[in-house]
Write a protein that binds this ligand. Structure first.
Ligand SMILES: CC(C)(COP(=O)(O)OP(=O)(O)OC[C@H]1O[C@@H](n2cnc3c(N)ncnc32)[C@H](O)[C@@H]1OP(=O)(O)O)[C@@H](O)C(=O)NCCC(=O)NCCS
Length: 180
């Protein structure tokens, strides 16, 4: 593996935002059209500063290049960057509520190299160490196969209204953590 994984820092935020936009534009086209992708970048895809401050958001670097990002959360917000209005930043109860997996994006030049899986495994380890027994997320359609490959199961579907009647189909997914 040529890349390294580290905790994201506040000063990474603008580079993470660029990575998220490039990832969405490069890796979502089989599932979403341009209007959906651009509306999602404006309204929902993005950095959640709470996660960086909590120390639960990671970046993968290949030298100086940001190749991927993703994290987990012990707060109730299920998805959405700082710009997304629907959020509940209160803390989850680990024994009875599921930790959240948040905002996984890999640069198109670095896709299918195991970067997202490596970050996800680190997130699952940390969530389990904090006492969580289950973990859940809201997947984009391009993310579903990845999460399935990592042991997550679909829990229905969800249509998120973006702007001007543009909707984004999403898929809630969940996994029981080992030993629980
Ligand atoms: C989903 C995403 C994060 C996966 O990142 P990645 O680093 O390429 O994934 P990995 O290399 O760790 O994949 C691990 C396994 O997941 C599965 N997988 C990942 N991407 C897949 C795809 N596009 N189609 C089918 N299976 C896929 C495979 O089983 C893969 O193992 P393999 O490559 O040995 O076959 C990346 O495609 C992405 O950033 N997509 C656009 C943004 C997005 O929608 N993110 C999800 C937000 S919920």
């Amino acid at each position: 593996m040529a890349y390294t994984i580290r905790k994201a820092r506040l000063e990474d935020r603008s580079r993470i935002s660029e990575l998220i936009a490039e990832s969405a534009r490069g890796l979502s086209r089989e599932h979403y059209d341009d209007a959906q992708i651009e509306a999602a970048i404006i309204t929902v895809f993005g950095v959640d500063t709470d996660l960086i401050e909590d120390g639960t958001y990671f970046v993968a670097e290949d030298g100086d290049t940001l190749a991927g990002c993703g994290g987990w959360s012990r707060r109730k917000t299920l998805f959405g960057g700082d710009q997304f209005a629907v959020r509940d930043t209160s803390y989850l109860e680990p024994l009875i509520e599921a930790a959240k997996i948040r905002a996984f994006f890999v640069h198109p030049d670095h896709a299918r190299k195991g970067i997202a899986q490596a970050i996800l495994e680190e997130c699952e380890r940390e969530a389990a160490a904090h006492g969580f027994r289950a973990i859940e997320l809201m997947a984009t359609l391009p993310g579903v196969k990845f999460y399935q490959a990592c042991g997550y199961t679909e829990q229905g579907t969800y249509d998120l209204e973006l702007i001007d009647s543009v909707k984004l189909e999403l898929v809630p997914m969940r996994k029981q953590l080992q030993g629980s």
